[in-house]
Design a protein around this ligand. Structure first.
Ligand SMILES: *Cc1c(COP(=O)(O)O)cnc(C)c1O
Length: 398
């Protein structure tokens, strides 16, 4: 049996696997079990922030592993406190809850929003509280029941109903639709700053500004899901900082610990304080191993010039994709910021076919949304790698 057959025999059939088995990584390159080399523009889907084999990350993980891998959240550990200090010092948020994945961060956020609304209503002497959460069409927030319900794409819901009650959907970037849906029963509005899985679709700045004002007027919580857009992708720690609109709560995960599972919810104090001991928890969340890895990632981003590097090479990637569009009539649109970009192809060309051709030629890319190819490489990528990727892609599009 070859590796693909062995995998299919024992693994649940939830992924459309590409027929390759990745064995090791080195910087922005990956190697499969046949020794074939790939330039990695996927980074484990925006996770491997520092690429593979980063010596500082390895050192942080191995030193922490020698000291203490895990410890209950009934005790304080220094890496968790230091990570929360670093995240709050570099954002507008005051408090952090740690968990192990994006979907878990979304679940924590949902509970926090409802608890905040319940607490506020109780303080005002009301025995009913706003329970509705408004999410955006074409969004992606994860696969657990709560995060799946927020994910407003019918293909992900099919066969899994009934979903979480009191979730409403409106079109993204449509302020009028939001205005006509928000009510006295709305607890929170959640959106991605750039829809990732949905096809690299950025929110318009004017829209975000109006949504922020609406939330200020109504007291409805504003939540940005920064699980994919965060940790430097935009050239800022979080993408909302690039736009200059600050929500009340954000969710973070994917690239935060450079490949070690972690999730986080960051909130302003007025919202965070509605959680009391016993309201939420996680066995593994914020364990010293994951937090030490995240501290090494943030040190590279914030103290060693990685954010500036992303701004520089990210702009270069955007330029190269736009010039490819001018030379090639199968590209309909180029979107995104920094090192989170996408190209939408015309219907006459299949993004999946192009992605498969690129894999054959040693370049890993993934799709997003409808006929979009996504570019989310390690943040340590250099311009020479971008040139190589564009050349391979250009050849595949011919
Ligand atoms: C990937 C992703 C999630 C889910 O994260 P998991 O770690 O896979 O649960 C949620 N929101 C966004 C925007 C994502 O890109």
């Amino acid at each position: 049996m070859d590796i693909n057959e062995r995998g299919d025999k024992v693994l649940m059939n939830t992924y459309g696997h590409f027929p390759i088995c990745i064995e090791k990584g080195e910087g922005v390159y990956l190697y499969d079990s046949n020794g074939k080399k790939y330039l990695d523009f996927v980074a484990g889907i925006a996770v491997n922030t520092l690429g593979s084999g980063n010596i500082k990350l390895i050192k942080a993980i191995s030193e922490q592993a020698e000291k203490l891998i895990h410890c209950s959240n009934l005790y304080y550990t220094l890496p968790q406190i230091e990570l929360a200090e670093m995240l709050t010092a570099n954002t507008a948020f005051d408090k952090v809850f740690f968990c192990n994945s994006g979907a878990e961060a979304i679940e924590c956020m949902l509970k926090l929003c409802r608890k905040y609304a319940a607490t506020k209503s109780a303080e005002a002497g009301s025995d009913t509280a706003p329970s509705e959460i408004i999410a955006m069409q074409n969004s992606f927030h994860g696969r657990t029941y709560g995060s799946l319900t927020l994910t407003a794409q019918p293909k992900y819901h099919k066969g899994f109903e009934p979903l979480l009650p009191d979730i409403k959907y409106v079109p993204y970037n449509d302020f009028k639709a939001l205005l006509s849906t928000i009510s006295g029963n709305t607890a929170a509005i959640i959106m991605e700053v750039i829809q990732g899985e949905g096809g690299i679709i950025p929110a318009e700045k004017e829209y975000l500004k109006k949504v922020r004002e609406l939330c200020n007027e109504t007291g409805v919580l504003l939540v940005f899901d920064e699980i994919q857009t965060g940790i430097g992708r935009s050239g800022h720690l979080y993408a909302h900082q690039a736009v200059g609109i600050t929500p009340d709560i954000i969710t973070s995960a994917k690239g935060l610990a450079g490949g070690v599972p972690i999730g986080a919810v960051l909130a302003r104090d007025f919202a965070a304080k509605s959680f009391a001991p016993g309201d939420h928890g996680s066995t593994f969340g914020g364990n010293p191993l994951a937090c030490s890895a995240a501290l090494a990632v943030l040190d590279e981003l914030l103290n060693n010039g990685l954010l500036d590097h992303i701004k520089d090479v990210g702009e270069y990637l955007g330029k190269q994709l736009n010039s490819l569009k001018n030379k090639n009539n199968s590209i309909k649109d180029v979107r995104g910021v920094g090192l989170m970009r996408g190209i939408e192809l015309y219907d006459s060309v299949s993004s999946n076919e192009i992605i498969n051709k690129c894999i054959d030629h040693g370049l890993l890319l993934i799709g997003a949304g409808k006929n979009v190819i996504r570019f989310v490489p390690p943040l340590t990528i250099e311009k020479s790698h971008i040139d190589k990727a564009i050349a391979t892609l250009s050849e595949a599009l011919k």
